[in-house]
Design a protein around this ligand. Structure first.
Ligand code: ADP
Ligand code: MG
Ligand code: MG
Length: 209
Protein backbone atom coordinates (compact mmCIF):
# COMPACT_ATOMS: atom_id res chain seq x y z
CA UNK A 1 0.00 0.00 0.00
CA UNK A 2 2.62 2.47 -1.14
CA UNK A 3 0.54 4.98 -3.05
CA UNK A 4 -1.13 8.14 -1.79
CA UNK A 5 -4.71 8.38 -3.09
CA UNK A 6 -6.58 11.45 -4.29
CA UNK A 7 -8.76 11.01 -1.20
CA UNK A 8 -5.65 11.28 1.00
CA UNK A 9 -4.66 14.46 -0.83
CA UNK A 10 -8.14 15.88 -0.21
CA UNK A 11 -7.86 14.87 3.45
CA UNK A 12 -4.52 16.71 3.53
CA UNK A 13 -6.20 19.92 2.41
CA UNK A 14 -9.06 19.47 4.90
CA UNK A 15 -6.55 18.89 7.71
CA UNK A 16 -4.57 21.93 6.58
CA UNK A 17 -7.71 24.04 6.74
CA UNK A 18 -8.48 22.68 10.22
CA UNK A 19 -5.04 23.41 11.64
CA UNK A 20 -4.80 26.83 9.98
CA UNK A 21 -8.16 27.75 11.51
CA UNK A 22 -7.00 26.48 14.90
CA UNK A 23 -3.67 28.38 14.66
CA UNK A 24 -5.11 31.48 13.04
CA UNK A 25 -4.48 33.81 16.00
CA UNK A 26 -0.98 32.37 16.52
CA UNK A 27 0.02 32.90 12.87
CA UNK A 28 -1.31 36.45 12.97
CA UNK A 29 0.60 37.07 16.21
CA UNK A 30 3.84 35.91 14.52
CA UNK A 31 3.08 38.34 11.68
CA UNK A 32 2.64 41.28 14.11
CA UNK A 33 6.22 42.21 15.03
CA UNK A 34 7.67 41.57 11.54
CA UNK A 35 4.67 42.08 9.27
CA UNK A 36 1.14 43.44 9.08
CA UNK A 37 -0.64 40.99 11.39
CA UNK A 38 -2.73 39.20 8.78
CA UNK A 39 -1.04 35.88 8.01
CA UNK A 40 -3.41 33.74 10.09
CA UNK A 41 -6.43 35.50 8.62
CA UNK A 42 -5.05 35.11 5.09
CA UNK A 43 -4.35 31.40 5.44
CA UNK A 44 -7.60 30.62 7.25
CA UNK A 45 -9.67 32.50 4.67
CA UNK A 46 -7.82 30.86 1.79
CA UNK A 47 -8.03 27.30 3.04
CA UNK A 48 -11.68 27.62 4.05
CA UNK A 49 -12.32 28.51 0.40
CA UNK A 50 -10.08 25.62 -0.72
CA UNK A 51 -12.15 23.11 1.24
CA UNK A 52 -15.27 24.35 -0.52
CA UNK A 53 -13.74 23.38 -3.92
CA UNK A 54 -12.66 19.85 -2.99
CA UNK A 55 -15.84 17.82 -3.69
CA UNK A 56 -14.79 14.28 -4.61
CA UNK A 57 -12.27 14.88 -7.40
CA UNK A 58 -10.20 11.75 -8.08
CA UNK A 59 -7.64 13.59 -10.23
CA UNK A 60 -4.71 14.72 -8.04
CA UNK A 61 -3.57 17.25 -10.63
CA UNK A 62 -7.05 18.78 -10.83
CA UNK A 63 -7.33 18.95 -7.03
CA UNK A 64 -4.00 20.75 -6.68
CA UNK A 65 -4.81 23.10 -9.55
CA UNK A 66 -8.14 24.03 -7.93
CA UNK A 67 -6.31 24.72 -4.67
CA UNK A 68 -3.89 27.01 -6.51
CA UNK A 69 -6.62 28.95 -8.29
CA UNK A 70 -8.56 29.42 -5.05
CA UNK A 71 -5.52 30.65 -3.11
CA UNK A 72 -4.50 33.02 -5.90
CA UNK A 73 -7.99 34.52 -6.09
CA UNK A 74 -8.92 34.58 -2.37
CA UNK A 75 -5.68 35.36 -0.56
CA UNK A 76 -4.05 38.70 -1.13
CA UNK A 77 -0.59 39.81 -0.11
CA UNK A 78 2.58 37.84 -0.61
CA UNK A 79 1.42 34.48 0.62
CA UNK A 80 -1.60 34.02 -1.71
CA UNK A 81 0.31 34.13 -4.99
CA UNK A 82 3.26 32.24 -3.47
CA UNK A 83 1.21 29.36 -2.05
CA UNK A 84 -0.88 29.48 -5.23
CA UNK A 85 2.27 29.01 -7.29
CA UNK A 86 3.41 26.21 -4.99
CA UNK A 87 0.22 24.20 -5.55
CA UNK A 88 0.00 25.05 -9.26
CA UNK A 89 3.52 23.82 -10.00
CA UNK A 90 3.27 20.94 -7.51
CA UNK A 91 0.18 19.59 -9.30
CA UNK A 92 1.24 20.02 -12.92
CA UNK A 93 2.92 16.61 -13.39
CA UNK A 94 -0.13 14.83 -11.92
CA UNK A 95 -2.98 15.82 -14.23
CA UNK A 96 -5.20 12.77 -14.67
CA UNK A 97 -3.41 10.74 -11.96
CA UNK A 98 -5.50 9.13 -9.21
CA UNK A 99 -2.60 8.40 -6.87
CA UNK A 100 0.97 9.35 -6.06
CA UNK A 101 3.91 7.05 -5.38
CA UNK A 102 6.52 8.14 -2.80
CA UNK A 103 8.81 9.38 -5.60
CA UNK A 104 5.90 11.49 -6.92
CA UNK A 105 5.69 13.23 -3.54
CA UNK A 106 9.32 14.28 -3.97
CA UNK A 107 8.54 15.67 -7.43
CA UNK A 108 5.47 17.43 -6.07
CA UNK A 109 7.53 19.24 -3.41
CA UNK A 110 10.48 19.99 -5.66
CA UNK A 111 8.30 21.47 -8.40
CA UNK A 112 6.24 23.51 -5.92
CA UNK A 113 9.41 24.85 -4.28
CA UNK A 114 10.95 25.73 -7.65
CA UNK A 115 7.83 27.78 -8.39
CA UNK A 116 8.00 29.64 -5.06
CA UNK A 117 11.71 30.38 -5.51
CA UNK A 118 11.12 31.80 -8.96
CA UNK A 119 8.00 33.78 -8.11
CA UNK A 120 9.44 35.13 -4.84
CA UNK A 121 13.01 35.52 -6.13
CA UNK A 122 13.94 33.78 -2.90
CA UNK A 123 16.55 31.31 -1.78
CA UNK A 124 17.04 29.37 1.47
CA UNK A 125 18.14 31.46 4.46
CA UNK A 126 16.07 34.52 3.54
CA UNK A 127 13.56 33.86 6.36
CA UNK A 128 10.60 32.79 4.22
CA UNK A 129 8.24 29.85 3.79
CA UNK A 130 11.03 28.18 1.78
CA UNK A 131 13.02 27.69 4.99
CA UNK A 132 10.44 25.11 6.11
CA UNK A 133 9.64 23.72 2.65
CA UNK A 134 13.19 23.04 1.43
CA UNK A 135 14.42 21.00 4.45
CA UNK A 136 11.16 19.05 4.27
CA UNK A 137 11.69 18.22 0.60
CA UNK A 138 15.30 17.21 1.27
CA UNK A 139 14.31 14.92 4.13
CA UNK A 140 11.49 13.45 2.05
CA UNK A 141 13.85 12.76 -0.85
CA UNK A 142 16.45 11.13 1.39
CA UNK A 143 13.84 8.92 3.08
CA UNK A 144 12.33 7.84 -0.25
CA UNK A 145 15.82 7.07 -1.60
CA UNK A 146 16.30 4.79 1.44
CA UNK A 147 13.13 2.95 0.46
CA UNK A 148 10.97 4.32 3.28
CA UNK A 149 7.19 4.28 2.91
CA UNK A 150 5.23 7.44 2.11
CA UNK A 151 4.08 7.57 5.75
CA UNK A 152 7.61 7.32 7.14
CA UNK A 153 9.09 9.69 4.56
CA UNK A 154 6.43 12.34 5.23
CA UNK A 155 6.99 12.01 8.96
CA UNK A 156 10.67 12.80 8.38
CA UNK A 157 9.65 15.69 6.13
CA UNK A 158 7.37 17.16 8.82
CA UNK A 159 10.14 16.93 11.42
CA UNK A 160 12.57 18.68 9.07
CA UNK A 161 9.98 21.38 8.34
CA UNK A 162 9.60 22.02 12.06
CA UNK A 163 13.38 22.35 12.47
CA UNK A 164 13.48 24.64 9.44
CA UNK A 165 10.69 26.77 10.89
CA UNK A 166 12.59 27.18 14.17
CA UNK A 167 15.79 27.97 12.28
CA UNK A 168 14.12 31.10 10.85
CA UNK A 169 14.18 32.73 14.32
CA UNK A 170 17.81 33.99 14.17
CA UNK A 171 17.60 34.86 10.46
CA UNK A 172 17.40 38.40 9.10
CA UNK A 173 14.59 38.63 6.55
CA UNK A 174 15.59 39.34 2.99
CA UNK A 175 12.20 39.07 1.30
CA UNK A 176 8.68 40.29 2.01
CA UNK A 177 7.49 42.88 4.52
CA UNK A 178 9.80 41.57 7.26
CA UNK A 179 12.81 42.56 5.16
CA UNK A 180 11.87 46.25 5.61
CA UNK A 181 12.80 45.85 9.28
CA UNK A 182 16.40 44.89 8.56
CA UNK A 183 18.10 43.65 11.75
CA UNK A 184 14.90 44.14 13.72
CA UNK A 185 13.49 41.09 11.89
CA UNK A 186 15.98 38.93 13.84
CA UNK A 187 14.69 36.86 16.81
CA UNK A 188 11.23 36.31 15.36
CA UNK A 189 9.86 33.12 13.80
CA UNK A 190 8.72 33.57 10.21
CA UNK A 191 4.93 33.29 9.84
CA UNK A 192 5.07 31.72 6.37
CA UNK A 193 7.61 29.10 7.44
CA UNK A 194 5.24 28.32 10.31
CA UNK A 195 2.18 27.86 8.07
CA UNK A 196 4.28 25.73 5.72
CA UNK A 197 5.29 23.50 8.62
CA UNK A 198 1.64 23.13 9.65
CA UNK A 199 0.62 22.23 6.08
CA UNK A 200 3.42 19.67 5.73
CA UNK A 201 2.53 18.15 9.12
CA UNK A 202 -1.09 17.94 7.90
CA UNK A 203 0.07 15.95 4.86
CA UNK A 204 2.00 13.50 7.05
CA UNK A 205 -1.07 13.10 9.29
CA UNK A 206 -3.47 12.65 6.36
CA UNK A 207 -1.35 9.96 4.70
CA UNK A 208 -0.84 8.14 8.02
CA UNK A 209 -4.61 7.84 8.55
P1 ADP B 1 1.88 39.83 3.50
O1 ADP B 1 3.31 39.93 3.93
O2 ADP B 1 1.69 40.36 2.11
O3 ADP B 1 0.92 40.42 4.50
P2 ADP B 1 1.38 37.21 4.56
O4 ADP B 1 1.47 37.87 5.88
O5 ADP B 1 0.17 36.38 4.34
O6 ADP B 1 1.53 38.26 3.38
O7 ADP B 1 2.62 36.24 4.34
C1 ADP B 1 3.90 36.59 4.80
C2 ADP B 1 4.84 35.41 4.56
O8 ADP B 1 5.07 35.26 3.15
C3 ADP B 1 6.22 35.61 5.15
O9 ADP B 1 6.26 35.20 6.49
C4 ADP B 1 7.11 34.75 4.26
O10 ADP B 1 7.19 33.42 4.74
C5 ADP B 1 6.36 34.72 2.95
N1 ADP B 1 7.03 35.51 1.92
C6 ADP B 1 6.98 36.85 1.76
N2 ADP B 1 7.70 37.21 0.68
C7 ADP B 1 8.23 36.07 0.17
C8 ADP B 1 9.07 35.77 -0.96
N3 ADP B 1 9.52 36.72 -1.78
N4 ADP B 1 9.40 34.47 -1.18
C9 ADP B 1 8.95 33.50 -0.36
N5 ADP B 1 8.14 33.72 0.71
C10 ADP B 1 7.81 34.98 0.97
MG1 MG C 1 1.14 39.76 6.53
MG1 MG D 1 -0.79 41.59 4.25
Amino acid sequence: EAAVSAAAIRLWLQKSADVLAEKRAYLTELDSPIGDADHGNNMDRGFKAVVATLSDKEDVGAVLKAVAMTLISKVGGASGPLYGTFFLDAGKPFAGKAELEPADLVTMFEDGIAGVKKRGRAEPGMKTMLDAQIPAAEALKAAVAEGKSAVEALKAAAEAAEEGMKATIPMQAQRGRASYLGERSIDHQDPGATSSYLIIRALADAVAE
